[in-house]
Design a protein around this ligand. Structure first.
Ligand code: AMP
Ligand code: MG
Length: 489
């Protein structure tokens, strides 16, 4: 394997590779037979300091395919554990490799990871590979999340490998390049807590503090602060998911990032009709990860995180447990504050009144009762243009609407400011399941990427409310079968 040329803009460091050896396994990607670039995120590449032209060159594509190791990379698979649907198990990067951390022109450090790059010691019988459809799906949804203003891992590129992967049918193989603030997971801490030493745990916690929370690095009670900050970030993240109707689908502890980014786009999807019981994932039979359960699951996952930190919180175990419990008990209120603030903004409300919560809840319960589309209902309210739907025709809604208008009149802000707040808080569109499926079908079955490219353009500015976006808000024809997403991608 050769070295990539310097002009590509690589500026890689390898702080993770300097952590205790038990945390990872060093290995190179497994080369693929005939890599081809399918999509490259120009803006992201540029912000990372990478040269777009060089990434598109033969050498650049070889890097994105794992056939060539860029200058400064030390590829490794990260070890982690996790609770999958409540059951604790050893996991790790089974089909991904961290090439290193790119130091961007702004001095930020981001992980550069190949997903689908071949088997690792953590593959557990899997083939280490990924299929084109799911990798493009992650690209579309993660980039849509970013544009919606939600912390997420990013997608830099997808290449096809020229090899097929066997799923239910033969699929074109692909590799996604994923960029993240880090890939530290709740499961990383669980792994060290279960199988490592307290010294290793401290090293991991110190590393996390330095990397994500440098301001609290020097604080005496810094491990408690770490816990509190991670709780805060998750409270904010999950509130944002709820506010746009995003359902992650597989909120196992290994899929919860310490950085507060949305990570591991598997069977995720956006809710259409508002219903807290909405589940898309075919394997989530119990509805553990249903839309309405996400805040509770986040709290449960954070409690698992807190448990791993106990030896660092206090020498006295009872006191450590008390500190952890107090921190966890803050989550519900932190989440509620974030969610309420976001909901007020969605309704154009600037000030805070006690009754706002019931105003919001009343709207949501009507939306549930009349199966109103979540995104389109808020969009219609934003433009004060009730749609021809059951909800808007009911006397119940008319009554609510009057109360809402009176509420807006009570605040000092002008109507235009209120509408601007709503425009900025209610997306014109989300990645609708049927549109994502259409884009993927054209791409994978016909090799036609134009549908996906157009979708990516409209999704890149969801708060623009442009005429081109209107077509993308049209709901699919009612189907007798509920939309289903699948794991095992
Ligand atoms: P996920 O459900 O995507 O979060 O993955 C759970 C675990 O399975 C992680 O450890 C993944 O690395 C691993 N995994 C998923 N797909 C594969 C695959 N095709 N080959 C090897 N490991 C995999
Ligand atoms: Mg995962």
């Amino acid at each position: 394997m050769g070295k990539a040329i310097i002009e590509t803009g690589w500026n890689l460091d390898n702080s993770y590779a300097r952590l205790p050896k038990s945390l990872f396994t060093s290995l190179n990607p497994t080369p693929v037979c005939s890599p081809k670039l399918i999509i490259l995120n120009y803006l992201l590449a540029t912000s990372l300091g990478l040269n777009v032209r060089d990434l598109q060159s033969k050498e650049g594509v070889e890097v994105l395919a794992g056939n060539r190791i860029p200058e400064g990379a030390l590829p490794l698979a990260q070890a982690y554990a996790g609770h999958q649907f409540g059951h604790f198990t050893m996991l790790g990067d089974g089909r991904a490799l961290l090439l290193g951390e790119q130091i961007t022109p702004l001095g930020e450090r981001v992980d550069f990871q190949l997903k689908g790059s071949g088997k690792t010691p953590y593959s557990r019988g899997g083939d280490g590979r990924a299929a084109l459809g799911p990798m493009l799906r992650e690209y579309i949804i993660s980039e849509a999340m970013h544009a919606l203003g939600i912390a997420t891992t990013r997608s830099l590129a997808v290449v096809t490998t020229g090899e097929s992967v066997i799923r239910e049918t033969d699929q074109p193989g692909a590799i996604l390049t994923r960029v993240a603030d880090s890939h530290l997971r709740v499961g990383t801490f669980q792994y060290v807590s279960e199988w490592g030493t307290v010294d290793e745990l401290r090293v991991l916690a110190d590393y996390t503090l330095q990397r994500h929370f440098p301001d609290i690095d020097a604080v005496e009670s810094r491990y408690l602060s770490l816990l509190q900050e991670v709780i805060k970030r998750q409270a904010m993240l999950i509130a944002k998911w709820q506010l746009v109707g995003f359902i992650h689908g597989v909120m196992n502890t290994d899929n919860m990032a310490i950085s507060g980014e949305t990570i591991d786009y598997g069977p995720c999807a956006f809710m259409d009709a508002y219903d807290p019981a909405t589940v898309f994932s075919s394997i989530d039979i119990q509805g553990r990860y249903a839309y309405g359960n996400q805040p509770h699951i986040a709290e449960w996952n954070l409690a698992r995180f807190a448990e791993t930190l106990l030896p660092l919180l206090h020498v006295n175990q009872a006191q450590a447990i008390e500190l952890a419990q107090n921190a966890i008990s803050d989550f519900a209120e932190l989440y509620r504050c974030n969610w309420l603030a976001g909901m007020r903004a969605k309704l154009g409300i600037f000030s805070e009144e006690i009754q706002d919560e019931s105003l919001i809840e009343d709207l949501l319960s009507m939306m549930k009762k009349y199966r109103a589309d979540y995104t389109n209902t808020f969009r219609a309210l934003t433009f004060d243009m009730p749609e021809d739907t059951v909800l808007f025709g009911t006397p119940e809604f008319a009554k609510w609407y009057e109360l809402w208008k009176v509420r807006l009149d009570r605040q000092k802000e002008l109507k235009v400011s209120s509408q601007q707040l709503m425009r900025n808080s209610n997306p014109a569109l989300i990645p609708r399941n049927h549109q994502v499926e259409n884009a993927l079908e054209s791409a994978v079955k016909q090799g036609d990427y134009s549908v996906m490219e157009r979708l990516l353009v409209v999704l890149s500015s969801p708060y623009e409310h442009s005429p081109e976006q209107a077509d993308y808000s049209i709901l699919p024809a009612p189907s007798s079968r509920p939309y289903r997403t699948f794991c095992g991608t």
